[in-house]
Each structure stands twice: as structure tokens, then as C-alpha cells.
Design a protein around this ligand. Sequence first.
Ligand code: NAD
Ligand code: 3PG
Length: 391
Amino acid sequence: MRRIHCLNNISPLGTALLTEGYALSDTLEGADGALVRSASLHDVELPESLLAIARAGAGVNNIPLERCAEAGIVVFNTPGANANAVKELVICALLLGSRDIAGGIAWCRDNAGDENIAKAAEKAKKAFSGREIAGKKLGVIGLGAIGAEVANAAVGLGMDVYGYDPYVSVGAAWRISSAVHHVTNLDDVLRVCDYLTIHVPATDSTKGMIDARACSLMKDGAVFLNFSRDSLVDDEAMAAALSSGKVAVYVTDFANPAVMRMEHAVVLPHLGASTAEAEDNCAVMAVRELMDYLDNGTIANSVNYPACDLGPVPEGLRRVAVLHENVPNALARITNVFGDAGVNIENMANKSRGEAAYTLLDLDAGAAGWPDDAIERLAALEGVRRVRVVK
Ligand SMILES: NC(=O)c1ccc[n+]([C@@H]2O[C@H](COP(=O)([O-])OP(=O)(O)OC[C@H]3O[C@@H](n4cnc5c(N)ncnc54)[C@H](O)[C@@H]3O)[C@@H](O)[C@H]2O)c1
Ligand SMILES: O=C(O)[C@H](O)COP(=O)(O)O
């Protein structure tokens, strides 16, 4: 029985897929797999039993990817599964940044007891007037699953869209409307756009990407949207830009004490992916990735190990999976263990990604029989992180 622990609430549409041979576990201790959304695992001790973690969502900054890779724990995410939900909220945020919708709603609430509110509203409304987004310039920083959808939707709303992503994937590039201007320099996007929206992952290299210098380049009265992570924006710089009017409105999905003190910040409680549809999509994709890895050793959409797929385990063969360091001679050392024991390698795959590598072997022990010490010998090889008999 494979045991799966949920570290956050995961849509039942996903967990319902965990049928034969699977059980949900109340604890991480002893679990083979874990499902998570935004719960932080940085200070969590990960048990030896844990083979994989699937993030039902996009951002993986809550997971210690390197520590997991070294411990032989494969981490997955669900690219694109919540992109539509975020895109829709970003469109809402463009409007929140253009019209004082939040101020208008607050005014109505504050005057709820006024019998003459209808008349009073006609007088009050001039304080909440705004501008239209059609014809304005929108800069999209990061053109992955979400950024590409936002860029296309904004084109549809009549905006003049500028996209910046030096690492854009071929797949994402194909999805972007030809109406989106391709910009190769972040400074140029910051300089020309009336609205800016950022859709890049939170990593060491993107931390504080929107700092005092970036803010200083923006047009006076720019509107900045952040539906990625709060660490991308230097709070002190943004507070100063809002106070000076350099930035007119900062719409962020990430509440923290600093943004709550900012004038002209519209703050949401991390609602980007909180739709029933996105939660279902992410949960189903995460559970499928986890099961395919546990049952077949297949890796798809991992963020710390390479993609690798030998399909279902063929009848009569034994499949062994080896997570190891990407170093010279690793493959020869692994295959030698079976050659020495007279075991035939019927099929195999070896893939690498940065410092991590993965080898899958379909083995036929034939008349010689399965060597008792094969797994111990593999595990003892230099650079091997985890060995598993998949089936
Ligand atoms: N608010 C929410 O609820 C919510 C929901 C989903 C995702 N997110 C956040 O949004 C981020 C993006 O999600 P996605 O699904 O589009 O991911 P993605 O991986 O599909 O796209 C990220 C894009 O950023 C680009 N990029 C990386 N570094 C860059 C840089 N320095 N400058 C410009 N572009 C850069 C990459 O090339 C990639 O195309 C996630 O990492 C997550 O943090 C938030
Ligand atoms: O990175 C993501 O997918 C989002 O930030 C969603 O996070 P959540 O699953 O906690 O809503």
C-alpha cells in the first residue's frame, strides 16, 4: 500500500484518484508521497520513506528543492493548471488599478445606513472616477503559462501589450499573440508602459527584481500588478514610489505587514488560484504525476529532476529506478552491477538536469535469478542518492 499525505487541503477530485494500492495518510512520517499547495516545507523534516512531493500549483518557493534532490525526493508541480484562474484575476486587477472600485465599494458600505444614499452616491462618485485600459500600454514581465494568457487577454481588451521574457519556452512563445510586442530589455518595458504585471517564479535571482531603480524607470502614475510572489518586489522601494506618485496603484495578491501600510496598495489574500476549477485541475494533475512516478518511475513536470518515461512496466520484467548525481561514469557503474550479476538490461533511459540525473532500467534476471545484493550494491555506488525497485 502506498501512503499519501496531504499537507494542505487538496481537491477531492484529485485525491479520489488514489484508489487501488493507495491510502491517504494522516502523517508525513511513513508517507511515500506528499501533496502540497503553499504550506512551507523549508523547516519540515522529510522522512526517509518520502519518495515524491507534488505541488498542486505553480510556485515551488515553499519547497526546499535542493535538499529534496539530494535526499532522492522528486518534486513535481502542475504547470498551467491554474493559469486561467490567475489570468482572470489579473484582468480584474487591471480594472482595480484603473477605477477606484475598492474605494467606491467602501464608500457604499460606510454609508449603508443613509436613507438618501442614492442621491448622496451621485455626489460622491466623482471621488472614485478612473481611466479606461483600452489603448493603454501593458508590460508583461514573464511570458510563461500565466503571462502568455494575460498578454493575449489584454490584447483582446484593446491594450497595446509589451512582453519581456529572456527565457521564454518555445511552447509558450507559440501561444503568444503576434500582436504582443517582443521586448528584450526589462528597462524598456518599465519605461514605456502604463501598466505592468509580473509573472516570474520567486527564486534567488528574481528576488527584489522590482527595486528602487526599476521603480524610478517607470512612467509617472504607472500601475503595478504582482500576482507572482511578494519577494519579487522590494517593499520599501514600492512604498516610496507610491508615496511620491511614481506608482499610482500597486495591486498585490500577497498580504504582508509592509504592503498593508502602503498608501494606494490594493491587497488581496493570495486569491489567484483559488477557484474551484483551478483547485480541481491542479489536484488531478498533481495526483496523476505522483502516481505515475510511484507506479512506473515516470518523471513529468518535475522541478528538481529530469523528465524520463519508459511507460508502464512490461510484464515479466523488473524495473529499477536510480536517482543519482550527474557525474562521469555514473551510468557505467550502474549498468555494471547488473552485467556482473548476469542480469540482462532489456530497456533503459538515462536523463540529466543540472547536477541531478535519473536512470530507469527494465531488467530480466533470466535463469541466473535476481541477485540478492543488487540494490545494496547500487545504493553503495558513489553519487547514488536513492535506488528503488519500482515493480
Ligand atoms: N497568485 C497566485 O495564486 C499564483 C498562482 C499561480 C502562480 N503564481 C506565481 O506565478 C509564477 C508564474 O507562474 P506560471 O504558471 O506562469 O509559471 P511559468 O513557469 O509557466 O512561467 C514563468 C515564466 O517566467 C520566466 N522568467 C523567469 N525568470 C525571468 C526573468 N528574470 N525575467 C523575465 N521572465 C522570467 C520564465 O522564462 C517563464 O516563461 C509562479 O512561479 C508563482 O510564483 C501565483
Ligand atoms: O503558485 C501557485 O500555484 C499559487 O500561488 C497558488 O497557491 P495556492 O495553491 O496556495 O493557492
